[in-house]
Design a protein around this ligand. Structure first.
Ligand SMILES: *Cc1c(COP(=O)(O)O)cnc(C)c1O
Length: 380
């Protein structure tokens, strides 16, 4: 029954071999820049590609400061530190996300609160956040507290699922009203825009990831985006061992981190950025092909970008009718060497987070039983 889909994938990817979910595209200046690193000996934490990569990303996202990091998970952790999250604070986020979001919160011994996503975006729902806050939160001397747990609610971390922008403007408003810091997990949404503005630039801090399966890759890597330049400069300081600049002295004025991205990874990043527009255009075209293919399908619905948004379509997603057909589709496609996968196990169901507060997660569970990601690499 899903045979036609397998044929369609083989035709658009023009192959009879295994089709991965998302392979990196490395056909630009990657090799050349890596050779430059090796020839110059600048393979480690100092080198021109680090600065260049930050500048390229700052320009592309129209941020006032971009700071590279060794990976997206550590960038998220640092972002939470930078906005003042402390032990025992509560952080509002979604259960429908990759584990990194929840792990970063746990590194500070803060408590994630898992709220529902909405049907249009698959990302954190402003309605759910508002409803939960109006029931549980109160403002005391300029800070937001949970009336039941007595903990401070310090930050909100929406995630732009599969590159589809969340309703970020409404979340900005709610966070302002409740004195909550907004940190955007934009790890999946490089090249995604909400009303023409790049995702990750609405909150106090935004975080990107360049892991091997993301839209562009640096092997491993992440980036922090800031509108507040001073906070960005402080992030750079903290991520480089908090060393006070001096030609020979080693003086440090804070507990810093060794989170600086090595030059060889940044070299890959620069080469990847040169091809970003092409990669995005190619992926957008794939999305249009899927949209057309599934148009009249009554069993499978293709998930499209939300209105007022431009999605990078990092991972294409379809919705099956129920758990049973979801499993059948997964089995058939994977049996036929087409890689597909269900959505992540919900954070609220994992052992480490099973006692965390939730709001019932109606839409989240609805998606969990239906979503399957389908091949999304650049096509040749
Ligand atoms: C990829 C990803 C991250 C960061 O992952 P790293 O592999 O550490 O770069 C964070 N959050 C989400 C939602 C992600 O998909």
């Amino acid at each position: 029954m899903y045979n036609d889909f397998v044929k369609f994938i083989r035709s658009i990817y023009n192959t009879n071999d295994f089709v991965p979910l998302h392979a990196p595209y490395l056909h630009g200046n990657e090799k050349k820049y890596l050779e430059e690193c090796i020839d110059s000996t600048f393979v480690s934490s100092v080198g021109k590609f680090v600065d260049r990569f930050e500048e390229m990303m700052q320009d592309y996202t129209k941020s006032n400061k971009a700071v590279v990091c060794v990976n997206g998970t550590n960038a998220l952790f640092l972002a939470l530190k930078l906005v003042g999250v402390e032990r025992d604070d509560e952080i509002l986020t979604q259960a429908l996300t990759f584990i990194a979001t929840a792990n970063a919160i746990s590194y500070i011994s803060a408590h994630p609160v898992f709220l529902d996503v909405d049907r249009e975006t698959m990302g954190l729902s402003p309605e759910s956040v508002k409803a939960w806050l109006s029931e549980n939160a109160e403002i005391r001397s300029g800070s937001c507290f949970n009336k039941k747990t007595e903990r401070r609610i310090k930050a909100c971390v929406p995630m732009h699922t599969f590159g589809h922008p969340v309703k970020i403007e409404q979340l900005v408003e709610i966070c302002k009203e409740y004195h909550i810091e907004l940190v955007e997990d934009a790890a999946e949404s490089l090249g995604s825009f909400y009303k023409g503005q790049h995702t990750g630039t609405f909150g106090r801090v935004g975080v990107l990831s360049f892991n091997g399966n993301k839209t562009i890759t640096t092997g491993g890597g992440g980036m922090l985006l800031f509108q507040d330049e001073a906070l960005g400069n402080y992030a750079k300081h903290l991520s480089t061992q908090a060393k006070v600049p001096h030609r020979w002295e080693f003086v440090h004025d804070d507990i810093g981190y060794n989170y600086r991205m090595p030059n060889i990874n940044a070299a890959l990043g620069c080469a990847q950025m040169e091809n970003l527009d092409m990669i995005l255009a190619n992926k957008y075209e794939t999305a249009q092909k899927y949209k057309e293919y599934f148009k009249n399908n009554t069993d499978i619905t293709y998930f499209e970008e939300p209105c007022e948004s431009k999605s990078n379509y990092w991972l294409n997603a379809v919705l099956l009718k129920d758990r049973v057909s979801q499993n059948q589709f997964l089995e058939y496609t994977n049996d036929n060497a087409i890689m597909t996968r269900p959505i992540w196990a919900l954070m609220s169901k994992l052992d480490m987070f099973k006692d965390c507060q939730t709001d019932g997660l109606t839409n989240t569970i609805w998606f969990e039983e239906r979503v399957v990601n389908i091949p999304s690499s650049v096509r040749f």
